[in-house]
Write a protein that binds this ligand. Structure first.
Ligand code: ZN
Ligand code: ZN
Ligand code: ZN
Length: 199
């Protein structure tokens, strides 16, 4: 006689798993997600943009550059000692690859750093021009001439849905969705008042 021993594991978001390991992995993911969104909330709208647009990509580029550098340092001494031409070519191929990766990442880091510097200089202006006006969101959607009107958040003139919208062209805070036509469809990408989107 067999006894039914299957146990259902329920995670804090109400999902069910019949594997304990899977349930634990999911629970950990939920915790990480919560911590990340809490950290984002505490950063504020300028801080969030700064983090996701600059700090995070900068750290990623740095990690890539350092990894490539490590490979380059490992490969360099092998070149002089290698007698086999075929193997030498393989080493040089790898050196070429990681050399490019190093230079590309370094270049990216420089560009992001410059962007970050410009963003930090712009911050007081951003705070000023996006100050709350009357507690109602001023963002204009693509299909309407009226502003959104929902309650504003974080001392800005934007609501929860529009607080993290940034101009695709210049990187200032967006004020509206692009209402231009893009291949028969309304474009809908976020823009600031200073920018025009050409399609
Ligand atoms: Zn809104
Ligand atoms: Zn713009
Ligand atoms: Zn557009």
């Amino acid at each position: 006689m067999s006894i039914e021993t299957s146990i259902i594991y329920t995670t804090s978001d109400g999902r069910s798993f019949d594997d304990r390991q899977e349930a634990e992995t999911h629970e950990q993911w939920l915790t990480d997600e919560q911590e990340m969104s809490e950290a984002d909330r505490q950063r504020g709208w300028i801080g969030r943009r700064r983090h996701h647009r600059f700090e995070q990509p900068l750290a990623e580029a740095e990690r890539k550059r350092d990894a490539a550098n490590k490979e380059i340092n490992r490969l360099k001494p092998l070149v002089a000692g290698e007698k086999n031409i075929g193997k030498l070519i393989d080493i040089c191929d790898d050196l070429f690859y990681f050399g490019r990766e190093y230079l590309d990442s370094a270049k990216k880091m420089e560009a992001i750093s410059q962007g970050l510097e410009a963003f930090d200089k712009l911050t007081p202006e951003l705070e000023e021009e996006n100050k709350d006006m009357d507690g109602h969101c001023q963002y204009r959607g693509a299909y309407t001439t009226k502003p959104c009107g929902d309650p504003t958040v974080e001392g800005t003139r934007f609501c929860q849905a529009h607080i993290d919208q940034w101009c695709i062209d210049c990187g200032r805070h967006a004020t509206h969705d692009c209402d231009g036509f893009n291949g028969g469809y309304i474009c809908g990408l976020p823009l600031c008042d200073k920018c025009q989107h050409t399609h």
